[in-house]
Design a protein. Structure first.
Length: 376
């Protein structure tokens, strides 16, 4: 009767209902850690129960309903040397490990990541995103991370995982060779690279990362401002035309500053000032264009048109011929000093030998031989 009372004092139902949504590990609390032999253990889906006996990990139970007896506790049996008829309570710690996915955890680069961009050269980038973790090996997780913590939450390890993520991100981005401007279109590829790089480290903790997202990659503010200016220049196109348009708009706005009184005077003054500025700008542009034209070398005038010559022989005219053709004819003897020639602007036909423009043609041609002496 006494022993029945004592046995009834020990708990016979062991379970954990998690409503915190933040707890990774919870230790089953029992004064003296006394568990009744033959008690019922309920392990729900997304849970694992870990038995620790005298500081040594004894058994791991997956989802299901168990009777804590020697036939389903082989490790505990070997540790306790139980007899099958032994019916006394045993002292062990029972930890429930949450194996569900903890999603929506945040990460971000506290300091910019240095990298060498093919377009901008050495630059810095920042990034942030989210990830999810899950306990993959409860025994390893208990040994490496939890220890004897009776209420272990994901916030206790998220900082350490965030440091690992940032470190792997920095290495992956620096080694990827992806230009900064193309990273937004390649976040999925980068996420895969980083997840693969993180997996071995998390496995040492008994964890895995089923989700990893890069939500934003940004440049330092000064680099973004320079990039915005560069983009604006590309949109504006012709800077001179844009300046004239902006000046004309300023004049129109100033002229509408008021219809009477001080507003009208102020508007007229502003319009006059902007108009003078515009006139000065246009004058400066005209002077710059004049200077540029003066600096350019002047093209030589075109050569005068070549003279065309006509020849009269036997009552007929031939031609026209240029100076080169006449030179060949003079060398061949078909053009002599006595040959009659004419060109535009000349008064009548003249012997070629009397035309000053054709005199060089006969410089190398000997005159006709003298007549032979009389016979005597």
């Amino acid at each position: 009767m006494v022993f029945s009372f004592i046995r009834g004092q020990f708990i016979d139902v062991i379970e954990w209902t998690d409503d915190s949504r933040d707890t990774l590990v919870w230790r089953f609390e029992r004064y003296g850690n006394e568990i009744k032999y033959g008690a019922k253990l309920t392990v729900r889906e997304s849970q694992v129960a870990v038995f620790v006996h005298e500081g040594q990990l004894a058994d791991v139970f997956g989802p299901g309903l168990y009777m804590l007896e020697t036939n389903n506790m082989p490790v505990m049996t070997s540790l306790q040397h139980w007899d099958h008829l032994f019916n006394s309570p045993f002292k062990s710690e029972i930890y429930f490990v949450n194996t569900r996915r903890f999603a929506g955890l945040k990460w971000g680069t506290q300091n910019p990541v240095m990298l060498r961009d093919p377009e901008f050269g050495p630059t810095r980038v920042r990034a942030f995103g989210s990830y999810a973790i899950r306990v993959k090996d409860a025994a390893v997780f208990m040994k490496e991370i939890v220890g004897t913590d009776g209420h272990f939450t994901q916030s206790e390890i998220s900082g350490q995982i965030r440091n690992i993520v940032v470190q792997k991100f920095a290495r992956a981005v620096a080694a990827s060779g992806i230009p900064v401007l193309d990273m937004a279109a390649n976040t999925r590829e980068l996420s895969g690279i980083i997840t693969e790089a993180i997996a071995p480290t998390l496995a040492e903790y008994g964890l895995e990362m089923p989700e990893f997202y890069i939500e934003n990659i940004s440049l330092p503010p000064e680099v973004e401002q320079a990039l915005d200016r560069r983009t604006s220049m590309g949109i504006v196109g012709d800077l001179n035309r844009y300046t004239q348009f902006a000046t004309a708009e300023a004049m129109r706005t100033a002229a509408q500053g008021g219809d009477s009184g001080m507003g009208a005077g102020l508007g007229a003054g502003m319009g006059m000032g902007v108009g003078m500025a515009m006139a000065g700008q246009m004058a400066a542009q005209g002077a710059a264009q004049g200077a540029a034209q003066a600096a350019q070398p002047q093209a030589a005038p075109p050569p005068p048109p070549a003279a065309a010559w006509h020849i009269a022989e036997g009552g007929q005219t031939k031609g026209p011929f240029d100076a080169a053709a006449l030179g060949r004819m003079a060398a061949q003897g078909t053009l002599t000093r006595a040959t009659l020639v004419w060109t535009a602007g000349q008064e009548g036909w003249k012997p070629a030998g009397e035309v000053a423009a054709l005199a060089p043609l006969f410089a190398q041609v000997p005159p006709p031989p003298p007549p032979p002496p009389p016979a005597g």
